[in-house]
Design a protein around this ligand. Sequence first.
Ligand SMILES: NC(=O)c1ccc[n+]([C@@H]2O[C@H](COP(=O)([O-])OP(=O)(O)OC[C@H]3O[C@@H](n4cnc5c(N)ncnc54)[C@H](OP(=O)(O)O)[C@@H]3O)[C@@H](O)[C@H]2O)c1
Length: 235
Amino acid sequence: MKRAIVIGASSGIGREVAKLLVGEGWTVGVAARRIERLQDLGAFSIEQIDVTQEDAPERLRHLINNMGGMDLFFYASGIGKQNRELKENIELATLQTNGVGFTRMIGEAYRYFAEKGEGHIAAITSIAGTKGLGPAPSYSATKAMQNVYLQALEQQARQRHLRILFTDIRPGFVDTALLAGDFKYPMLLKPEQVAREIVYAIRHKKHIRVIDWKYRLLTAFWRRIPRCIWRRFKL
Ligand SMILES: NC(=O)c1ccc[n+]([C@@H]2O[C@H](COP(=O)([O-])OP(=O)(O)OC[C@H]3O[C@@H](n4cnc5c(N)ncnc54)[C@H](OP(=O)(O)O)[C@@H]3O)[C@@H](O)[C@H]2O)c1
């Protein structure tokens, strides 16, 4: 029986992944701030964790101990908002959650797996890290940071001969609370469909998975656009 911990399982994509893992027979531990939304997942253990708080790593260790260990660490916590007027509170909150919180939690999972000798870290980043996106500066910047951070840890783990696998999951627009608002997003994916692709990517030990195929084409195109043209792009 394999043991997985899902951080950010109270809503959206993380919630769907937790349900799939439970359905597949994994022993699952779940965490988020809104623990009332974690009760109906059929999880083995629940922990209240706010990744922006300094006690979050300690709470993760508590959850790991309750589970009797961890084989898969799945990280889904994140916030994101359009910020076309560059309001300071939105920019700084995004850095706190997606930058500091991400580093804090991925780091603790990495140190745990380094002690244990093996493990798998999978995290939802985004296609938003492919380029700087004018409507969401801190969101796209923190997602690019997450992409590079996972790449760096993957190299470090290899150099240290640690058997830690990494899966960087980069979905396009997904119909979750994160996108709620007036703006109508194109090419919306269903969280259930994204969760199925995520579990597939984890099972097949993919290093990077852009979801879905339409976004694989789109990001390949974006990457080829030179800076002098990208800055004229209307998003
Ligand atoms: N929706 C999209 O279009 C899309 C596309 C690409 C990537 N993503 C990424 O996918 C991930 C999941 O987002 P989603 O779309 O599923 O949105 P969501 O439904 O809003 O879920 C976000 C999850 O993050 C948790 N979270 C937020 N702040 C937290 C904190 N301080 N501490 C602990 N947990 C926290 C929330 O739990 P609590 O509020 O209960 O703490 C919730 O479980 C995010 O990293 C997002 O950037 C989303």
